[in-house]
Design a protein around this ligand. Structure first.
Ligand code: ADP
Length: 216
């Protein structure tokens, strides 16, 4: 913003500085929102809005939002869907979208070539509750064995050069984990192998009883 004050700038320079300014503004607002969300969860003040959500629609939204990013990196972005248009569960749709954007976004970020696949299906939990499963599989850099357990902790990135190479803060997975746990589900690593790829599993429980109360 300071550099933009220079009256002698060419149009190209001005437009470059504006691009940088707006990109960084966006990243800052993502970081601030993640920190605010994490603080809310930690303080026990996260309020969830339980409504009927349509997982197929949400997934399609997320895929179309991230398609540009995948295309920029020449990655295939696939969606395998085993639920129908009007299958619904009771959960917080905005939070489910946020978690998916994060995990599928990471899959794209940490994959140099190949495919990112989102697979959506339903199953039953041990207690018989309807459960949505989103498997996110990539052909990316993988997560070292030693990091598998703490990768969901705040500010943890698999190695110190990550921020430089890929950007990010190490908050996304911590937040996704806390949000899903709050909704009675979970995010876990199904499998990962260095330089072969990673598959994350997001489980979201159907909570019809929560629909009326509208909060946790
Ligand atoms: P960020 O992406 O901002 O670094 P996250 O909390 O979303 O933070 O992820 C934490 C770390 O987990 C990442 O820095 C990366 O090391 C690792 N990671 C997450 N998703 C993947 C993935 N799909 N493939 C490989 N590593 C991953």
């Amino acid at each position: 913003a300071e550099l933009l004050r220079d009256p002698g700038l060419s149009n190209t320079e001005r437009s470059n500085y504006l691009d940088i300014l707006s990109r960084n503004g966006e990243s800052l607002s993502i970081i601030i929102n993640d920190i605010l969300d994490l603080s809310k969860v930690e303080a026990g003040h996260l309020s969830l809005e339980y409504t009927d959500i349509y997982p197929k629609h949400i997934s399609e939204d997320v895929i179309s939002l991230l398609r540009v990013k995948a295309k920029e990196k020449d990655l295939a972005l696939e969606f395998k869907c085993e639920v129908s248009d009007d299958d619904s569960i009771v959960a917080d749709g905005n939070r489910v979208r946020q978690i998916l954007l994060n995990i599928v976004g990471n899959a794209i970020k940490f994959t140099r070539f190949g495919t990112v696949k989102l697979h959506l299906y339903q199953t039953k939990s041990k207690l018989g509750q309807n459960t949505l499963c989103f498997e996110v599989a990539d052909t990316g850099i993988g997560i070292p064995h030693s990091q598998r357990d703490n990768i969901f902790d705040m500010f943890v990135q698999a190695d110190g050069t990550m921020t430089r190479r890929f950007g990010g803060t190490g908050l996304g997975l911590a937040l996704s984990k806390k949000l899903t746990l709050n909704m009675g589900g979970d995010v876990s690593i199904l499998k990962t192998k260095e330089n072969i790829g990673t598959t994350f599993l997001i489980e979201i429980l159907d909570q019809p009883a929560k629909k009326a109360s509208q909060s946790t």
